[in-house]
Design a protein around this ligand. Structure first.
Ligand SMILES: Cc1cc2nc3c(=O)[nH]c(=O)nc-3n(C[C@H](O)[C@H](O)[C@H](O)COP(=O)(O)OP(=O)(O)OC[C@H]3O[C@@H](n4cnc5c(N)ncnc54)[C@H](O)[C@@H]3O)c2cc1C
Length: 474
């Protein structure tokens, strides 16, 4: 090797960010990006169909975690950033075969106002009363990992855990709140409890501090009971031409990604690495950024201890199904982002009213809808079912919950097989063991959705950190 070589395995958002960071900061490095599929982007895929714009996987990122917005700006996409449409102020929940508006002011399943909670039909009288328990239930003496379900039930009671936390918090992971770790999914909630005892008081104090008007506990409680409604601005951003434009902008700025190149093995050669591809060819590298799913790492990485840990990170499969309609063929008003579904209420996990959420997703006079299926619920076995079955289930459930929908102009199914990592209870301890092991292998970095956060901003942060780690070796 005349120039030092770095290999990035996996061209999803994490691998591409790592590759961009390497290209940008060390143009002297011979960078090779390997991707097993025939396209780059991983979970991120944007397609056009008859004038509709479909984001098959992620459709947005949080701006409260700045890394994705910063990356967009760095790539010259500032003018492309969009936020949710003003009409998208409602979120609905499937409830007894219909859609019921969620109480306003829910922040990650924490009711930031008492009024809307007391008025909702989604929680019974005893469940509402139990929410008040958050104001005096003692916090545990030590911060220990537990499931989201346990955590929320401890603070607000089991009805809120089942009906609100499960679809709101578990839904982000398509996962089961009785398995997912609170510390690895919503550490900010655990932190509110640790700091303030009560989530409600903690949330109100945090919001007041953000507005530059710190508040006392009694004042926070009075505010919670009586505050007038003031909808918070949407924390979500997307891109005018879809999430795929972020992938295109990254891919343009680095040597061409070698697609259809699955890595079969990574082994050590002295201090360096040998990367073997599916066709048997090999590459020598001084540094390797592994940004493919953890279950792939378990198969290809040379280190048994790493492989064992990686193989134990569970993954779930999901699908998204899109339907394009003429507006006149839809009975109900689409005055929100869509709906979420508690367990047992429908065979879809959620529905997005895409064209009400984002501008430019459907031609004038048309509507784009998306349904999520699969995950931990077991209602639909995504990998086993045909596209036709998945779209039949999705359309049937949309019709049952939303009322009359005419015949769709088109249907498109995107499959995410073993693509949704589950940070289950004990995930943080697993990451600590992985870090310990990796610290003994200079030149190798692991990053991506299976590790320290699944959101796009988390992936961007991890990609950059992985690049810095391996560059320190070269
Ligand atoms: C349906 C869905 C909706 C989502 N919505 C959102 C959202 O709105 N906002 C948000 O922030 N997050 C969302 N997420 C999560 C987010 O999309 C992912 O966490 C993120 O895209 C993961 O990126 P990644 O690069 O780590 O992994 P991936 O995107 O999985 O990329 C890994 C890449 O590695 C490749 N690979 C696999 N094996 C090999 C091999 N042997 N050799 C070479 N390459 C290999 C894969 O083909 C893939 O391209 C969503 C996820 C899904 C599935």
């Amino acid at each position: 090797m005349s120039r030092p070589r770095a290999v990035v395995i996996g061209a999803g958002i994490t691998g591409l960010t790592a590759a961009w960071e390497i290209t940008r900061s060390r143009p002297d490095v011979d960078l090779v990006v390997l991707e097993s599929r025939s396209r780059v982007g991983g979970n991120i895929v944007t397609e056009e169909q008859r004038g509709f714009l479909l984001d098959g996987g992620p459709d947005s990122f949080l701006r409260t975690k700045p890394q994705a917005v910063e990356l967009c700006k760095e790539l010259g996409l500032d003018g492309e950033l969009i936020t949710t449409l003003p009409r998208a102020h409602n979120v609905y929940m499937a409830y007894r075969g219909q859609l019921e508006r969620m109480p306003a002011g829910m922040a990650l399943a924490v009711p930031s106002r008492f009024g809307p909670l007391i008025r909702t039909r989604l929680i019974g009288p005893l469940g509402k009363l139990r929410v008040l328990g958050d104001l005096w239930v003692r916090r545990p003496d030590e911060l220990a990992d537990e499931s989201i379900g346990n955590f929320i039930a401890r603070r607000f009671g089991s009805e809120v855990a089942h009906k609100l936390a499960s679809p709101l918090l578990g839904g982000i992971y398509a996962g089961d709140v009785s398995q997912l770790s609170i510390l690895s999914t919503f550490p900010q909630l655990a932190e509110l409890e640790r700091k303030h005892g009560s989530l409600i008081i903690g949330l109100l104090k945090a919001q007041a501090a953000m507005r530059g008007r710190p508040t006392s506990t009694p004042r926070a409680i009075v505010d919670w009971l009586g505050r007038a409604s003031s909808p918070a601005p949407s924390p979500f951003q997307s891109l005018r031409r879809g999430m795929g434009s972020l992938i295109d902008a990254l891919a343009e700025r680095m040597p061409p990604v070698r697609v259809d190149c699955a890595v079969r093995a990574v082994s050590r050669v002295g201090e360096d690495f040998r990367v073997t591809l599916d066709d048997g060819t090999t590459l020598l590298a001084s540094a390797v950024v592994f940004a493919a799913p953890a279950h792939v790492g378990a198969q290809v990485l040379f280190d048994g201890a790493l492989g064992d840990e990686l193989g134990q990170i569970p993954y779930l499969s999901t699908a998204t199904v899109f339907f394009g309609f003429r507006e006149q063929d839809i009975e109900r008003s689409l005055d929100g982002v869509g709906f979420i579904v508690p367990r047992g209420e429908a065979r879809v996990l959620a529905g997005t009213w895409v064209s009400s959420k984002w501008a430019g997703r459907a031609p004038d006079g048309h509507v784009l809808l998306r349904a999520f299926l699969g995950g931990s619920r077991g209602d639909v076995d995504v990998p086993q079912e045909t596209d036709e079955h998945l779209s039949d289930v999705a359309l049937g459930e949309l019709r049952r919950l939303m009322g009359r929908l005419g015949e769709p102009l088109f249907t498109r199914v995107f499959r995410y097989h073993d693509s949704n990592p589950q940070p289950v209870v004990g995930h943080a301890a697993r990451l600590a063991r992985l870090d310990e092991r990796i610290s003994q292998i200079p030149g190798l970095a692991l990053c991506g959705a299976a590790f320290d956060g699944v959101g796009i901003p988390d992936c961007v942060r991890q990609g950059r950190a992985a690049a810095s780690r391996v560059l320190a070796r070269i």
